[in-house]
Design a protein around this ligand. Structure first.
Ligand code: PEP
Ligand code: MN
Length: 341
């Protein structure tokens, strides 16, 4: 349930409500808004007698049940949009953030060449997998820590922040030392032990939608991370499996406004995995910007033909530069709309 405190509620009254919530068997989560404090009481039930009791306590304006199965990530609990800060970069403040880089970190030269080029074209974050979840055990599995070190070197050289995938709960301590954003891949969206561990991490997490996950399951996975203590979660739509086989995945862009209705978390679109086809990445990226995505993530490689993974969907360096230039009018339109609102 949600307990909305009066704007002038005292700290003592807030503490008392948290205590009562604990006595009733829920866990209180404080959400400090600009005007008032809201307390989300998370647990099974939302019993009527508990709601009535809390409603009549001093300092409480109202108490009501949370209707959605996901709680802390829902707009029922928090109306203000969450903005995730990574140094000077803000994801979710209405602007557009661009993440770009190779599918896999392969070599020092490949990574540094890509990083320097995408930085020049206007990307703010470098992506690159050091741990790769491959369908076949015979395919390249990633450079592991050596790859993380190369990402850190690229950050040092270019100023780009780094987003990279974490595959196992056991690797969290290591990957956390190198990454600015920890990516949970589609195949791990429901690796609940990993999600719980990421709840304890002091770095933002980008959670990718599972290959056949519903929006409810997607948001419940985000809820695992947030309810275990990490509020800095962004959601990445990367396409799902449907009956359609013309493309690698089916990317449903309607999830951007839908997620904006259901959750305050920022939304990222990945047109590379979403389509699997290089020529479709720029137009789909434009659509993502137009529909209000907070960030886009695209795969870029100096020579896609020789890429160790996902070559067909990787942009060449010059394709990425052109895509960024072509996005400008769409970014401007958004800025104008935000200024007029
Ligand atoms: C990736 O970003 O390279 C990746 C493996 O993505 P996904 O988990 O969406 O397949
Ligand atoms: Mn990939």
């Amino acid at each position: 349930m949600i307990v909305a405190m009066n704007a002038d509620a005292t700290q003592q009254q807030i503490d008392h409500i948290c205590e009562r919530i604990r006595q009733f068997g829920y866990t209180p989560h404080l959400i400090q808004g600009e005007e008032r404090t809201v307390i989300a009481a998370i647990g099974k039930g939302d019993k009527k007698e508990h709601i009535e009791s809390l409603k009549s306590a001093d300092g409480v304006e109202d108490a009501f049940p949370i209707l959605q199965p996901f709680k802390l990530v829902s707009t029922e609990v928090k109306k203000e949009r969450s903005v995730i800060k990574i140094g000077d970069i803000k994801i979710g403040d209405g602007g557009l953030v661009v993440m770009a880089g190779p599918c896999s970190v392969e070599t020092r030269d490949q990574l540094l060449t890509t990083a320097e080029s995408v930085a020049k074209s206007g990307a703010q974050l470098l992506r690159g997998g050091a741990y790769k979840p491959r369908t076949s055990p015979y395919e390249f599995q990633g450079l592991a820590e050596e790859g993380l070190k190369l990402l850190a070197e690229a950050r040092e050289k270019t100023g780009l922040k780094v987003v990279t995938e974490i595959l196992n709960a056991e690797d969290v301590d290591l990957v956390e030392q190198y990454a600015d954003i920890l990516q949970v891949g589609a195949r791990n969206m429901q690796n609940f032990e990993l999600l719980k561990k990421l709840g304890k991490v002091n770095k933002p997490v980008m959670l990718k939608r599972g290959l056949s996950a519903t929006i409810k399951e997607f948001l419940l996975s985000a809820e695992y991370i947030v309810s275990h203590g990490n509020p800095n979660v962004m959601l990445c739509e990367r396409g799902i499996r449907t009956f359609e086989t013309a493309l690698r995945n089916t990317l449903d862009l309607a999830v951007v406004p839908l997620l904006n209705e259901l959750t305050h978390l920022p939304v990222v679109i990945d047109p590379s995995h979403g389509t699997g086809k290089r020529s479709l990445v720029p137009p789909v990226a434009r659509a993502a910007v137009a529909i209000g995505a907070d960030a886009i993530m695209t795969e870029v490689h100096p020579c896609p033909e020789q890429a160790w993974s996902d070559g067909p969907q990787s942009l060449r360096l010059e394709d990425f530069a052109k895509m960024m230039a072509d996005l400008q009018p769409y970014i401007k339109l958004r800025q104008q709309a935000a200024a007029a609102a």
